[in-house]
Ligand binder design. Structure first.
Ligand code: HEC
Length: 298
């Protein structure tokens, strides 16, 4: 009975070991335990409840037996100290009171004597365990493929997040319009904007935006307004009477947003032989900021 209880304690003590050493995307078995930790814990609780009930039942039984034996406890009939007491004594390895004199170092501080006690075995064994643990840790996380180092784990999670973000955006309805459009500064979006610009707009605005049939898009002057909303609106509805096509039926709203953002990044690029400014100067409240490329194309 008691050995079973000790086994149970052992299992409970081992549990954090499992969770702590569980890498996010490590071996499948660890992964399973990690994902089903509630189930595992629940199972352990059930086992613990089962053993306590068992304990209780046997205690009641022992008591009954004691009664039948006429009050003489079954515990006293068993020989020697309990296994817990033995374990406790072993784990401390204390010098028995009557032998203390042999271990006295002769240092007396106000009546407190220094004994040549050895380190308690529970301490030394825990220490040895940390060494074994460290070896295991180094092997698992730094030498084998089972566990991942922090940096790999970080990279993997970032990659997962990037894919999740992309999927999320793809699943979202494309509802960008002239009232909610904002400048998108990430290089990926701007690249898409640029490609589309060269494909559909360069014919009239030139590859570098210096202008041609259409006005110069690199200067501070705008006929139809220079905010991201204005530019989006011009692209969407066009200025048909002046030769600028309405693109709403041909380009997705989110792509128009990217093209509009790309156009804003052309501000002040000073291409050669620019078309003379047209319209009014537009004063920007906030500077256009392109976000740093995320380390993803490795
Ligand atoms: C067929 C020629 C032509 C094409 C193709 C064209 N544009 Fe234009 N665009 C014009 C003309 C002409 C104007 C001037 C409209 C005006 O005077 O209001 C203009 C104006 C604009 C303006 C407003 C400039 C200002 O000063 O207000 C923006 C922004 C713009 N175009 C973006 C685009 C984008 C983006 C594309 C491609 C998707 C594109 N254009 C394709 C001819 C064109």
């Amino acid at each position: 009975m008691k050995t079973k209880a000790i086994n149970l304690i052992g299992v409970i003590l081992l549990l954090p070991t499992i969770t702590f050493s569980t890498p996010t995307a490590g071996s499948a078995k660890f992964q399973w335990i990690f994902e089903n930790i509630v189930l595992v814990l629940g199972l352990l609780v059930i086992i613990a409840v089962f053993f306590s009930l068992w304990n209780l039942a046997s205690a009641i039984m022992n008591q009954k037996i004691d009664e039948l034996r006429g009050g003489e406890s079954i515990e006293t009939i068993k020989k020697g100290p309990s296994i817990f007491k033995k374990l406790y004594d072993k784990s401390w390895n204390l010098i028995p009171m009557d032998k203390e004199a042999d271990f006295d170092l002769g240092h007396d501080y106000d009546g407190i004597r220094e004994l040549d006690n050895s380190l308690p075995p529970w301490w030394t064994y825990t220490f040895y365990l940390t060494i074994v643990w460290a070896i295991g840790y180094i092997f698992v996380f730094h030498m084998s493929d089972i566990g991942q180092s922090q940096s790999t784990e970080y990279a993997v999670e970032m990659e997962d997040a990037r894919i999740a973000k992309r999927n999320f955006l793809a699943s979202k309805p494309d509802d960008v319009n002239e009232s909610n459009v904002i400048f998108v500064g990430d290089p990926e979006a701007l690249e898409i904007g640029k490609t589309r610009f060269i494909l559909s707009c360069a014919a009239c605005h030139n590859v570098d935006g210096r202008g041609g049939v259409g006005p110069n898009l690199t200067d501070e002057y705008w006929i139809n307004g220079g905010s991201i909303q204005d530019i989006f609106k011009t692209i969407k509805y066009g200025v048909p009477q002046k030769g600028m096509i309405a693109w709403a039926s041909q380009i997705q709203p989110s792509t128009m947003q990217k093209v509009a953002s790309y156009i804003l990044t052309l501000q002040g690029t000073n291409p050669p032989e620019p078309k003379a400014p047209q319209g009014e100067i537009y004063v920007r409240e906030e500077p256009i900021q392109v976000t740093e490329a995320i380390e993803e194309e490795q």
